[in-house]
Design a protein around this ligand. Structure first.
Ligand code: NDP
Ligand SMILES: O=C(O)C1=N[C@H](C(=O)O)C[C@H](O)C1
Length: 268
């Protein structure tokens, strides 16, 4: 079988380099392009950039050049870049794996439109299989303990630019689903000053940033005389990169559409 031809966007980034290593190690995939913003990584060989032997693919900032002949894009970049890549994936009928977080409602609508136009998109705030399982547990726990206070705590490295994390929002969505409410009606993203007592039924978020923490998330369900804490700690970015490849291989066999990791793992 022909190998799927893959482009890595944001090649010089933390996830871009992890994705390059994961694609290089996957026998079903062939790296054909590496894309980044003009800067230090452009012009370098993608393999050496990721700490591997040269792969014969030079990092470029030219989108059309990078996508030439590609079947799929793995994209962990920034919202503006992902929206542009989704449009290109729609017109070229590509698989587009989106790990980027921090989208606005308008960005989300543009990505949904790209799927209607023909892209096979898998988008998730977290590509680790453990997080998909945790999300399902949170939905069940929030439904079963419907009067308990839900608080979501996350900690990431000091270079992360969006808050709350995409994963924290996914966990919040799961709790809201379990209670048949809309997260946007219930979320409390910031507390400061004289806030008054906690409003029943709200879903609270707390954000920590520091050091090189890869990604820690805790969902707390606090009741009158007990507290349940559901924890996830990522120990290596490989877990996300391997999840992205699993999603890519799955999406290659699907019709155009916008999918989640729960779809990939057969949980929907
Ligand atoms: N879903 C998941 O499982 C995971 C998601 N993430 C998300 O992935 C994203 C990237 O994370 P991380 O790798 O740590 O970030 P980095 O900043 O290390 O990497 C992002 C890369 O994308 C590039 N980039 C930014 N804007 C553009 C643009 N407009 N066009 C082209 N390239 C661009 C950056 O270039 P430059 O350096 O010039 O800014 C950089 O090379 C974040 O949104 C993060 O939250 C991260 C881990 C797991
Ligand atoms: O920026 C990161 O690093 C991460 N971002 C994702 C998020 O926003 O949840 C996933 C993971 O937690 C790492």
């Amino acid at each position: 079988m022909d190998r799927l031809k893959v482009v890595i966007a944001g090649a010089g980034g933390r996830m871009g380099q992890a994705n390059l290593r994961a694609v290089a190690a996957a026998p079903q995939l062939q790296l054909v392009g590496a894309l980044d913003r003009p800067g230090a990584s452009v012009g370098r060989d993608a393999g050496t950039l990721a700490g591997l032997e040269p792969l014969g693919v030079t990092v470029t900032s030219d989108l059309q050049q990078a996508l030439d002949g590609a079947d799929a894009i793995i994209d962990f970049t920034a919202p503006a870049a992902s929206v542009e890549l989704a449009a290109a994936a729609g017109s070229r009928k590509l698989v587009h794996i989106i790990g980027t977080t921090g989208f606005s409602d308008a960005d989300e609508a543009a990505i949904a439109a790209a799927a209607v136009a023909g892209a096979r998109i898998v988008k998730s705030g977290n590509f680790s299989p453990g997080m998909v399982a945790l999300t399902a547990l949170v939905e069940k726990a929030a439904a079963a303990l419907s009067d308990y206070d839900v608080e979501i705590l996350e900690m990431h490295h000091n270079q992360k630019v969006d808050a709350p994390s995409g994963t924290a929002l996914m966990l919040g969505e799961a709790a809201a689903r379990g209670r048949h409410v809309s997260l946007k009606d219930k979320w409390v993203k910031v507390r400061d000053g004289h806030t008054g007592p906690r409003e029943a039924g709200t879903i609270g978020f707390a954000t920590l940033r520091g050091g090189n923490v890869i990604g820690d998330h805790m969902v707390i369900l606090a009741g009158p005389s007990e507290r349940i804490e559901l924890n996830h700690r990522a120990q290596d970015r490989t877990i996300y990169a391997n999840g992205a490849i699993r999603a890519l291989l799955w999406a290659a066999g699907q019709p155009a559409g916008l999918y989640s990791m729960a779809d990939v793992l057969g949980l929907n």
